[in-house]
Write a protein that binds this ligand. Structure first.
Ligand SMILES: [Zn+2]
Ligand SMILES: [Zn+2]
Length: 108
């Protein structure tokens, strides 16, 4: 197909991978509309959805972050853990607990 592949690098864990598409409606998975603009790669092993969501951009600092719980949290929008920590009191308590739990696991 000659599609260009771009590279995603998580700004937190430095996880790096090639991705095929950034946005909410991947052209290769027509039934799928994502909740957020996300970095997506085609899943070579799947026949159903055929895609893997790698990560997204933090809605505050705009840095790319992967979907790992230790890197980002999704609450109406995507937040990197650092921004989530700064705004912690604005999140519901369930998210607060999740964020602080994950922050403790991350060596700084
Ligand atoms: Zn990450
Ligand atoms: Zn951020």
């Amino acid at each position: 197909m000659g599609e260009e592949t771009k590279e995603f690098t998580c700004s937190n864990c430095m996880f790096s991978v090639k991705y095929n598409y950034f946005g909410t409606k991947p052209p290769f998975a027509k039934a799928v509309v994502l909740m957020e603009e996300a970095y997506v790669m085609k899943d070579p092993f799947s026949t159903d959805f055929g895609l893997i969501v790698i990560g997204s951009n933090c809605s505050l600092c705009l840095n790319p972050v992967c979907g790992s719980q230790s890197c980002s949290v999704f609450y109406t929008k995507r937040f990197c853990l650092a921004c989530a920590a700064n705004k912690l009191e604005e999140f519901p308590s369930q998210i607060q607990q999740e964020v602080s739990k994950n922050l403790q696991q991350t060596p700084s």
